[in-house]
Design a protein around this ligand. Structure first.
Ligand code: IPM
Ligand code: MG
Length: 371
């Protein structure tokens, strides 16, 4: 199979973790005889430095031409504490989401049995957690009218949703719930916000078309409590853009490392896959970042383009490296390997037939395991 993939490494640790995912992609192409054509493109602070624009037109064109975009991370501290900066790296990502029509951001949260003790939550609370957040991504308060008034002394952002915008992501979430455990939770603030009342109205009507899905409704403040009190009660969480931004960061801590969580952004015709962590500038260039979230995002990309077996193989390899303790310092600060070694090992596991008994002890001394 031949597929065209746009690769956007971005800022901070983005380029390092993307490099590992590309090793894994090469391994997939060797094992299964696929041809992946990679087109690299700039976005974020690096694009501002090189072109003055966080999202050059060329990047948009490359992404639109692709079967899927693999993206690293965005953001640079030099912009974070300067509210007057008019050009910011994040604008690149927001514009790209809009340009590509990526209205659904999907963030699965799965536990890895061998990492249970990494979670800040007690094991008995998190056991059985397997949820996915469907966050609306191209509308709401992020994209509504905003501005300064009163000579700059007052500011506003508008949360605006149409029935169509709500319906299309709700449809995806209902379908996911029917494939999964059949529970959909709409998270909103319908006791206060008119836009949330519209979400409820639309979702209540749609629920009639999905008799196999049971729908419940939670106000976002209550949901924020419940995701840490009883995460296992959730199956599919559906929510608007900003609540989804916040709730999905919260759900990401359940598993114990934000470095493990992938995401997919799907939409009208394009799709983009990225780790949910940020650019982690303090670690950039040190070869210590965890590449697994990016590698798992690659697995989501493979699945999206129809390479299901390949996706499962990548996921199984990730699970195996975690089980074998071949992880970066965020997962084990006493016994760890580098970001690039994690990439090497996952790629090797994808390409070759290893079994449970293969020894990995020598990898800590700087060698790849003998097979
Ligand atoms: C995310 C990020 C982005 C968002 C930022 C970088 C603009 O936090 O993908 O969750 O707020 O959507
Ligand atoms: Mg966020």
């Amino acid at each position: 199979m031949k597929k065209r993939i746009a690769v956007v490494p971005g800022d901070g640790i983005g380029p390092e973790v993307i490099k590992q995912a590309i090793k894994v992609l090469d391994a997939v192409s060797n094992r299964y005889n696929h041809e992946f054509i990679l087109d690299y493109a700039l976005m974020g602070a690096i694009a501002i430095d090189e072109t003055g624009d966080p999202l050059p037109q060329e990047t948009i064109d490359i992404c639109k031409m692709s079967d899927g975009v693999l993206f690293g991370a965005i953001g640079d501290p030099k912009y974070d504490n300067d509210p007057t900066a008019t050009v910011r790296p994040e604008q690149g990502l927001l514009r790209l989401r809009k340009e590509l029509g990526l209205y659904a951001n999907i963030r699965p949260v799965r536990l890895f049995a061998s990492l249970m003790d990494r979670s800040p939550l007690k094991e008995e609370r998190i056991l059985g957690t397997d949820l996915v957040v469907y966050r609306e991504l191209t509308s709401g308060i992020y994209f509504g009218d905003k501005g300064r008034v009163e000579g700059g002394n007052a500011a506003f952002d508008t949360c605006y949703y149409t029935v169509e915008e709500i319906t299309r992501i709700a449809k995806m979430a209902f379908e996911a719930a029917s494939r999964r455990r059949g529970v959909l939770t709409l998270v909103d603030k319908a006791n206060v916000l008119e836009s949330s009342r519209l979400w409820r109205e639309v979702v209540q009507k749609m629920a009639l078309e999905y008799p196999d899905v049971s729908v419940d409704y939670l106000f976002v403040d209550n949901a924020a409590m419940q995701v840490v009190q009883n995460p296992a009660r959730f199956d599919v969480i559906l929510t608007e853009n900003m609540f989804g931004d916040i709730i999905s960061d919260e759900t990401s801590v359940i598993t114990g490392s934000i470095g493990l969580l992938p995401s997919a952004s799907l939409g009208l015709s394009s799709s983009l896959f990225e780790p949910i962590h940020g650019s982690y500038p303090e670690a950039a260039g040190k070869d210590i970042a965890n590449p697994l979230a990016t590698i798992l995002s690659l697995a989501m990309l493979l699945e999206h383009v129809g390479l299901i077996e390949e996706a499962r193989r990548v996921e199984a390899a990730v699970e195996l490296v975690i089980d074998k303790g071949l992880v970066t310092p965020d997962l084990n600060d006493e016994h760890f390997i580098s970001c690039s070694k994690v990439g090497d090992v996952v790629a090797m596991m994808v390409e070759s037939d290893l079994d449970e008994d293969t020894s990995f002890d020598n990898i800590f001394e700087g060698n790849l395991p003998l097979i």
